[in-house]
Design a binder for this molecule. Structure first.
Ligand SMILES: [Zn+2]
Length: 446
């Protein structure tokens, strides 16, 4: 089949995304325009129903052929990037579903979530605060995966990131005061903005860990995520409409922070190993450590939509797939590690996206927060919890074979893509928390 390891490695991970499979079947049974064909969706489900032993299987070939018909850039049978593949494959599935619904050309189709959006879709929120007039502005953007910068040397190149990392990982006092100032002079709306810019989880524990890891020359996924969600500065390149309206120079400086606003049911993290430079692409081989369980609370907004109890500060995910790029840029190949779990999607289902979120809808949420009195929510009853164990067996899937491996092997790779699924509290934890909440509410009534 040629160089299709980029394809096989990503498909192996999609196969383990049980929620995707279930929702695709469900959606097929509900669709209206049955005369419109779904060649890729059907080939993919056909491949799943046959079971998969090795990638050279005929049904796998069929999926690949249907995909190439839709995405001509992959039809050359050459080597491609597995992250690009993920993005294109998802777009093709989404496109087929929209066509079948007959809503491609109507103005309303954006308001309908497709299976792909329900399973992988999430939102980030980016807040800007003009340092001159302190006026906040925010943008809410959807994603199917999050691209995370890797901190460390590009192989053979200069390490331009390290200083940025050391200087900007911690929020400086000046930055804190600046944000605080926006709140002090402000009305409830500004309080809501400050609340939105504040991470949900506690980052201090992570920051304490970093010097040790740095001395080992290791970087953790958490550090990369902290870098992704840190407060950044825009120097004299921020167009402030208020400063402009009030006759001041419109180009100002601003503070900027991006946090996760709407965590998805399945979180795909793309570690940016391939970097465009002036002389073409370079691969970054920096080892990034990652754990089987990931709490994204420290990178979520305090104002995030969590589908969980309002005082929870942890947003737990469990790893079930890793795509690894081995070798160099010119002679590399992809393999994947997958964790086969029990096929029970009931708990993950509650985290699926329920409705289309438009970028202005966050404003309404801010109003809600204002009514609920944000400061009270921030300070009282913050509840930490640990995820229950997700049992399963790890496998290495190469183009030619699949074999059982030890968990430690799966967790020590130079990962390129990481597939995490949301973890719900165990029934025991829910009960415990509910009882605690009843007690705390009783204490409050005084
Ligand atoms: Zn301004």
């Amino acid at each position: 089949m040629g160089n299709t390891c980029y394809f096989g490695s990503t498909i192996q991970n999609l196969v383990q995304t049980f929620l995707l499979t279930e929702e695709l079947y469900l959606s097929l049974s509900k669709q209206l325009h049955l005369d419109i064909e779904l060649p890729l969706t059907k080939a993919y489900l056909g491949f799943l129903s046959r079971g998969y032993e090795a990638n050279c299987d005929q049904t796998f070939q069929l999926v690949f052929n249907e995909f190439c018909k839709k995405s001509s850039r992959f039809a050359d049978r050459g080597q491609h990037n597995s992250h690009d593949l993920f993005v294109y494959f998802m777009n093709c599935l989404r496109d087929e579903e929209r066509r079948r619904r007959g809503s491609v050309n109507s103005t309303g189709f954006l308001n309908e979530l497709t299976v792909v959006d329900k399973v992988f879709g999430g939102h980030t929120i980016t807040v800007y605060v003009c340092t001159s007039c302190k006026t906040p502005y925010h943008v809410c953007e959807s994603f199917l995966d999050i691209s995370i910068p890797i901190l460390g040397p590009v192989d053979g190149g200069e390490d331009e990131n390290e200083d940025l990392f050391n200087n900007n990982l911690h929020v400086s006092d000046t930055e804190r005061q600046s944000i605080q100032y926006a709140v002090d002079r402000a009305d409830a709306m500004r309080q809501a903005v400050e609340y939105t810019m504040r991470p949900l989880g506690d980052r201090s524990l992570l920051q304490k860990r970093s010097p040790m890891l740095e001395s080992l020359g290791e970087i953790s996924l958490e550090q990369c995520l902290l870098y992704y969600s840190k407060i950044g500065q825009i120097h004299n390149e921020y167009l402030c409409s208020r400063c402009d309206a009030e006759g001041r120079p419109p180009m100002t400086s601003a503070l900027k922070r991006t946090l996760i606003y709407n965590p998805p049911a399945v979180l795909v993290l793309h570690l940016k190993r391939f970097k465009q430079t002036t002389v073409g692409f370079k691969k970054c081989n920096q080892h990034v450590t990652y754990d089987e369980y990931l709490d994204i609370g420290p990178y979520c907004s305090s104002n995030s939509l969590r589908n969980s109890e309002p005082n929870d500060v942890n947003v737990w995910y469990s790893l079930y797939g890793v795509v690894v790029h081995k070798g160099s840029l010119t002679s590399g190949r992809y393999v994947s590690y997958i964790k086969v779990r029990d096929c029970d999607t009931r708990q993950t289902k509650q985290f699926m996206q329920q409705f289309f979120l438009n970028r202005d809808q966050v404003l309404n949420c801010d109003d809600d927060i204002t009514r609920r009195n944000a400061s009270r929510l921030i300070q009282t009853h913050r509840k930490e919890w640990k995820p229950p164990e997700v049992k399963g067996q790890w496998f290495l899937a190469d183009d030619e074979y699949i074999k059982a491996v030890d968990k430690t092997e799966a967790l020590s790779q130079a990962a390129y893509l990481l597939f995490y699924e949301r973890v719900a509290k165990s029934r025991h934890q829910y009960l415990e928390n509910t009882l605690l909440q009843v007690l705390l509410n009783d204490i409050d009534v005084d």
